[in-house]
Design a protein around this ligand. Structure first.
Ligand code: FMN
Length: 184
């Protein structure tokens, strides 16, 4: 069991292209369990996991994110995203959006949950990419319509999202620097 978890950790990488094939109910059930079993500070469990599988809704999210990037005036980034297909969720059949009631450690809780989902996905042969980019699409008064479409409860804010699916592209896991561990 420990080896399976480690294996998923070491083999996970951010995949930025997916086949359109839907996930099965069984796969979705595993991912829901991974989300709900993640620990939260004080066991608050004050976050919600929006499992979006509706292609039209995901496309709407992609468009909102792209419009935000263009509005930001970061031309180079906008061009890079367009060159990647203009889909910040990368064509995945599932996007899980984690929203939280803002509190001390709420974003840490969401970060733990998103990695739980990533590792569970990897362990059942799926791939994923964590997404911070949707934040703007859900923020402020302009983001109200998207918060409603994604059924955020009142007072909940975007924390993080993740695309999950069957990979259509490859990417090696990132390299790391052993010096980043400080042994005392
Ligand atoms: C909090 C967070 C937000 C991220 N947001 C995005 C994103 O919006 N779009 C994207 O393509 N990748 C995103 N990533 C993926 C990182 O770029 C990726 O994890 C990093 O380059 C290391 O590569 P690896 O995941 O393949 O090991 C995000 C990762 C984290 C942890």
């Amino acid at each position: 069991m420990i080896n399976m978890v480690l294996d998923a950790m070491l083999k996970r990488s951010s995949i930025r292209g997916y086949k359109p094939e839907k996930l099965t109910e069984k796969e979705l059930a595993v991912l829901k369990k991974a989300a709900l079993s993640s620990p939260t500070a004080m066991n608050r469990q004050d976050q919600r996991f929006v499992f979006a599988t509706d292609a039209a809704l995901i496309e709407r999210l992609d468009n909102e994110i792209m419009e935000g990037i263009v509005r930001s005036g970061n031309v180079e980034f906008a061009e890079r995203m367009k060159a990647r297909g203009g889909k910040p969720t990368y064509g995945a059949p599932l996007v899980v959006v984690i929203c939280s009631r803002p509190a001390h450690f709420s974003r840490v809780d969401a970060g733990i949950a998103v990695e739980n989902i990533a590792l569970a996905a990897k362990s059942i042969g799926l791939d994923s990419v964590i997404l911070g980019m949707p934040e703007g699409a859900f923020s402020g008064e302009e983001g109200r319509a998207m918060r409603e479409l994604f059924r955020f409860p009142e007072g909940f804010e975007f924390s993080i999202a993740i695309s999950v699916g069957r990979r259509a592209t490859d990417k090696e896991p990132h390299e790391w620097n052993e010096d980043h561990v400080i042994m005392i």
